[in-house]
Write a protein that binds this ligand. Structure first.
Ligand code: G4P
Length: 336
């Protein structure tokens, strides 16, 4: 399965980011706790390099608790201020105020020295479509003040929202990679439902999910479907045999009694997304040591090149691959 992302609304997205970033003190980035790496946009690190940074590991209720803490530690070590949040139930949302205050301590202190007291910090919320931005805002504010919905890309337009006495929030459209250089990133985004299923081959997606589950959560398929999993399932053929078993167990059959692996695939993906397989995390901090090293090297290179040119325009140009959530329409993503 190959993901290729063709961005739209790029000029608009660039303009939005360019305008907004100047207005704010702190960037609050929502990532999905099940895939904190793939749902985080690395371009924001460059774009918001002088801003305070908060990461909210949202949907932590759907992820494996054992790794929630590990991911929190991972990001904190990198200098982010982090909170685990379940925006849907509101769990963890209250502590966000405290985390934002900590992230903005230096700015609050600067204001205090100038005699400015209790000026709200201005925050910008960013994240891929469907990560839960609107749900979080509603939960934080305590009432339904922004629209939420069930399709990627529902957060639209730009508006200031008074979140509390201490925070004003600029609600911007979500941001997502237009090109998945790392195919594994595309795969994981597809698995959590961030890419419209209409353009995906869900059977292929389910086969990849089987392989991931077999590797990291070997017991869940047996527990959920009562099937025997051979020890060696490390290729798509092996995975399709498992889908066949699920199909038979769940009576997903086509004429002649043959296993309908397409239906079984959809069932498996639905079960995963609905946490019926349990709370599952698909990425682990320990896997990213190599990427981190590469990023640090790239950052150093980027810094050198920025030094030798005009910093601001250069940074904005570098975000040319950022697209808005509105650009996540079917015709802009191709999968083969
Ligand atoms: P967005 O603005 O970033 O695009 O995302 P949005 O808030 O619309 O949330 C997308 C979906 O994710 C919604 O589900 C929302 O309820 C769900 N969600 C957001 N945060 C959390 C969380 O922390 N935990 C869980 N379990 N779900 C969360 P939906 O099915 O699309 O809508 P609905 O049926 O809940 O209304």
């Amino acid at each position: 399965m190959h993901f290729q992302w063709y961005p739209g609304h790029m000029a608009k997205a660039k303009r939005m980011m360019q305008e907004n970033i100047k207005l704010i003190d702190v960037v609050i980035e929502l990532v999905d706790a099940r895939i904190p790496y793939s749902s985080k946009n690395p371009d924001i690190d460059t774009l918001a390099k002088n801003k305070s940074r908060v990461i909210l590991l949202n949907k932590c209720d759907m992820a494996d608790q054992r790794y929630n803490k590990a991911w929190k530690d991972y990001f904190e070590e990198k200098g982010y201020f982090v909170a685990l949040v379940n925006s849907k139930s509101g769990a963890g949302v209250k502590q966000v105020q405290e985390v934002v205050n900590k992230a903005c301590e230096a700015k609050i202190e600067r204001d205090r020295r100038k005699g400015i007291l209790n000026r709200p910090v201005r925050a910008m919320i960013v994240g891929i479509p469907n990560v839960g931005k609107s749900t979080f805002i509603n939960s934080f504010v305590g009432k339904a003040s922004t629209k939420t919905g069930n399709k990627p890309g529902v957060t639209k337009g730009k508006q200031w929202i008074r979140l509390s006495k201490f925070i004003e929030l600029l609600d911007t459209p979500g941001i997502l990679w237009p090109k998945f250089e790392d195919q594994a990133v595309g795969l994981r985004l597809a698995l959590i439902g961030s890419i419209n299923d209409n353009i995906l081959n869900t059977t292929d997606l389910a086969l990849e999910l089987v392989l991931l589950l077999k590797k990291h959560y070997p017991e869940v398929l047996t527990t959920r479907y009562g099937i025997e999993i051979p020890d060696v399932v490390d290729n798509l053929l092996g995975a399709s045999k498992i889908l066949e078993q699920i199909a038979i167990k769940r009576s997903c059959l086509i004429k002649g009694g043959e296993a309908d692996i397409d239906r079984a695939g959809n069932l498996l993906i639905d079960d995963f997304r609905g946490t019926k397989l349990g709370f599952i995390t698909l990425e682990f901090p320990s896997s990213f040591a190599k990427e981190d090293k590469k990023n640090i090297e790239n950052e150093a290179k980027a810094k050198d090149s920025i030094k030798s040119s005009e910093a601001e325009p250069q940074m904005i140009e570098n975000t040319s691959d950022i697209i808005t959530s509105e650009a996540t329409e079917i015709d802009e993503v191709y999968v083969d």
